[in-house]
Design a protein around this ligand. Structure first.
Ligand code: ADP
Ligand code: MG
Length: 256
């Protein structure tokens, strides 16, 4: 079966924007095959942390590694090939393309020669393309959106579009799935469904999940481990039950 994913490790990661230290000397480890949440009040540095891991922002100092591979300061398009799959906080789907075509975009990083060679209808190309299409359809099935494969993504409900976005991230066969506020804009039923889905991804695909989330209730239900940020600094790093009782965390969330 699948080998367990490598650990994702942040060591003293620091990101600056001019005079602002948006991420200040932050360290934590996403253990293989776990759901790890990064939480914190608005402006805590969650998105900055997410963007540093996915290569959108450079570190001023510190290091990010996935197993033996150094990720820090690697451009985003290379990060996907190194094993990080990301879904977006604001949906970045092509509304007019079909669900299947949107998910196939996620396999781009796996396709030899990229999409260009797929314009040439050579027999081996068609065979490889069919294999990719089949896998993309399997992933959609896993996420419960297979009935929508050939519909324009823009016609789906918000919750289902979120699933398409996650399917596209999974289509790159990541070792770590990165989710930025997956429950944003969702009602409580949809949030519960997303929580179930995140568990299914961990248990059935056996990959790690790093989840950045403002909504404490989702995190407490779904995460194996939680890192709490406040003003760019790590203020707690523990199992959810311990984090929930931590006075520093309570203070940060109450804004006291
Ligand atoms: P969160 O996602 O936890 O709400 P952010 O990571 O978005 O927090 O922001 C952390 C801090 O960094 C905030 O003070 C924010 O204003 C600042 N910041 C984030 N991104 C940028 C940027 N691109 N340029 C300048 N400042 C930024
Ligand atoms: Mg944010």
């Amino acid at each position: 079966e699948r080998t367990p994913p490598p650990p994702l490790i942040l060591e003293n990661a620091t990101v600056r924007f001019g005079g602002i230290v948006a991420l200040n000397d932050v360290s934590f480890t996403v253990e293989p095959g776990t759901i790890h949440a990064v939480i914190g009040p608005n402006g805590a540095g969650k998105s900055t942390c997410f963007n540093a891991i996915t290569g959108v922002y450079k570190l001023a100092s510190g290091k990010i590694t996935l197993g033996d591979t150094v990720l820090s300061n690697t451009p985003p398009h290379k990060i996907a090939r190194l094993g990080l799959g990301r879904a977006f906080q604001n949906l970045a789907l092509s509304g007019t393309s079909t669900v299947l075509d949107n998910v196939m975009l996620g396999r781009h990083s796996l396709m030899k020669g990229g999409f260009a060679s797929y314009g040439l209808r050579l027999p081996w190309v068609i065979k490889t393309e069919n294999r990719h299409l089949q896998r993309a359809a399997e992933i959609c099935d896993f996420l419960g959106i297979s009935q929508h494969l050939h519909k324009p993504a823009g016609l789906l409900s918000y919750g289902d579009q979120k699933r398409v976005d996650i399917a596209r991230a999974l289509a790159s066969e990541p070792k770590v799935l990165m989710l930025d506020e997956p429950a944003a804009g969702m009602n409580s039923t949809e949030t519960a469904e997303i929580a179930q889905l995140i568990h299914d991804v961990r248990d059935e695909l056996r990959i790690s999940i790093l989840l950045v989330e403002h909504d404490m209730s989702l995190v407490m239900d779904v995460a194996d481990h939680v890192t709490v940020l406040d003003f760019g600094k790590r203020i707690a790093d523990d199992v959810p039950s311990a984090v929930q009782k931590d006075p520093a965390v309570i203070r940060a969330y109450l804004g006291a």
